[in-house]
Structures are given as C-alpha cells and as structure tokens.
Write a protein that binds this ligand. Sequence first.
Ligand code: IMP
Length: 424
Amino acid sequence: MPANLVVGAQWGDEGKAKVIDYLSKDTDIIVRYQGGANAGHTVVVGGKKYVFHLVPSGIIYDNTVCVIGNGVVLDPDYFLQECAELEKSGFRVSEKILISDSCHILLPYHRMIDEARELGSSPERKIGTTKKGIGMCYADKMLRMGLRAGDLLDKEGLKKKLEHILDVKNQELVKYYDLEPVRFDEIYPNLLHFAERMGKNIINTIYYLNSELEKGKRILLEGAQGTGLDIDFGTYPYVTSSNPTTGGALAGSGVNFRHLKDVIGITKAYATRVGEGPFPSEILGEAGDVLRKLGGEYGSTTGRPRRCGWFDVEMIKHSITVNGINSLVLTKIDVLSHYESIPVVIGYELKGKRLDHFPSQGLEDVKPVFADFKGWKDDISGICDFAKLPPTCQSYINKLQELVGTKIGIVSTGPDREHTIIMK
Ligand code: IMP
C-alpha cells in the first residue's frame, strides 16, 4: 500500500494538522519526519483544541501508530512533558508511539546556544528562531557530534559518548558563548530516565515502516514547518534547519520512494510567516493587524504574532515544483469573508522585469505584482458543500487553482473536522 505525504506549501502554520486529522481515518501509521519541538500542530475535535509539538497529531486516534522518524530532533524533556499532558487527556501515548533509533537527541546546550546566538545577533542577522535548539542539534548531527535515540539503550556506551561530547561542547559554551558549562551528572541521569520510560519504543523504524508498507499498511508522512522554511528550498538563511519538503520526508523516514503516492500540499487562502525573512505579499501596518486578528494568527509554539500577507501564487508554484505536489488543500478560506476585494500576488518583478520563477536569492528585492479578486461578505464558516459557497468565493478558489496549475482537492472552512469541503 502507498505512503502519502502532507507538506506545508508556505512558511508553516498552513493548517497541516487539521488535514492529517482528516486523513487519519484512512491511515494505519503516521510519521513525523523532520523538525522538533519548534512545530505547533493544532487539532480541534468536537470543539476541544489540542496542540502538538513533537508527538504526531495522529496520536488521538485509536487505530493509528505514530512514529518519530530518524529525521526528527527529539528533545527528551519536552517529549516526556508533552506525553504526560496527552496522557492526562486520556490518550495512550506510550502504547502507540515508536521512536527511530536514529533520530537525534536534542540536549539543553542546543537550546542554550540557540538562545545565545539569537540574543547576540545584530537585527539584520537574527533569524527569529523558536529558541528550541533545533538548528544547533542538526548542526551537531552534521558535525557527527550528535547522540541518537539508539545510543540511550546502552548505558555504558552512552556514558562514554556523552563524556566526549560534553567535553567539546562545554569548551564551546564557555569560551565562545560565555555561558555556564552543562553538567554530566544532570544530563546523564535524565537520559537514563528517558531510556527507562521510552526504551521499549525505540526501534529501527526504517525497516518497520518499509515492511509494514509491504504488508499493505497505509502510511501518512507528516511534515512540520513548510517549503518556505526549507533549508535548501526556502528563503535561506531565514529558514529552519531541516527539509520539510518531499526529499526530507523520504530521508527523514527511510520510506522507500517507490511507495510514495500522493503529495498533498497545504496552503492557507492567504499567507503567514513567523520570524524574520523576506515575505513579498506581506500586509504591513494596521491592515496586517486586521487579518492577524481575523485569522487568530499567533504562533502555537511561541505565541508570537504571525506576519500576515496575501496568497502568493509564485510561492505556491515553487512548492508544487520542489515537492511534486499533486493536490492542494486550501485552508482558512472563511477568514477572508471580511473583504470587499482580495489581492493575490500573481508574480514578481525585479528591476522592472518579470521573473519566471521563485528566486533562490534576493527575494527581499522583488516587487510583487498583484491582481484583485472580488470578495464575499457572507459568513461561510463551517460550509461543507462547494455549491453552497457564495459565487465570488467559488470563483476565488477556482481562480487560485487555475493560477497555480494544480487541483485543489479539499477546502477548509473552519477549525473543526467537519468544516471541510471535498471538491468533486
Ligand atoms: P527554528 O526552526 O526554531 O530554528 O526557527 C527558524 C525559523 O523557522 C524561524 O523563522 C521560526 O519562526 C520558523 N519556524 C520554526 N518552526 C515553525 C513552525 O512550526 N511554524 C512556523 N514557523 C516556524
């Protein structure tokens, strides 16, 4: 059976969790393949809101197994805290979750360095990270200075590895960042505690996933963040330190690419981004505040106000290209009900010349080209039938589909599971 992928087509926060929630009923295994506790996935079920950071949102289903893939950076403290909260709400997390023995462990010094770098950066170099240590943990992975979940299963081996790593890291903390060193006798027992709690859940998920696919199980790969934040395809350096895109889904799960069927790109009917970096369709000033308020656009991990902008066709076309998206989900269309007319970015100009694709450099210098579409003032929240949408709303959706050149398969008209239109 196939694996399907849900990928963010903008700068994250597109509403992926709602789509994953919707698709989970036809899924046996859900895999998080990159990122870490920087993500914030919100699901509303029966009016109750759940926010997930590290645990895949599919945990709320009895029928699904959830996997933390090898591409994730796992913060054990954060993870146990999130599990405890979910278990309090009645979800059987530890019975249903598997952790890749190859995923990297995020440690306190990663968070400390992330924060120190952000605080010490000049305004023009600041990334605006979530300060969860994500970039630092991935940097150590690449430097081959990381600890992996599988290492926690061997007490003596872990001791040696951790001693060596802390030796190097403490020099960096003290000499380079002017920070306090971290203590082996605090970190080691913490890791042993994690291994005691979750050790039986740590397995080789790469073989598990491929063999389950061979047996006919259905897998959903759950991306965090989005294409605009991809370390290779995003607005570097204002990106996260992983690949939320299709290549990252394969590398971060080990799922053989021949199993991959649908790549479902999620986009809001407008756009948002958190943190620094170029954003051509951004709405500045009070008009931006209005959309932020209408859409409730505040980060679910950091609480920061999200920057708001209009739908950007070039950005979505870029996402379709690099991900191989064959179907789109348009979320939060109900938020736009306020507007008489809705601007959409249909292209970019640089020095008076129209660009023919999303640039890998100099996005801050492009001039967006806008087209205006007629809005609708009627409240459309919760509508589940395309034919019941006001004609101008139908035509907005059809027009976006035409401009990006890929079918919109699902439209979301509200936060709840039922507020969903399946397009014919
Ligand atoms: P980091 O991932 O914490 O290193 O942050 C790098 C950039 O990615 C910053 O601009 C963050 O605001 C952004 N970012 C990270 N995770 C998310 C997310 O889940 N949604 C939206 N933006 C995110």
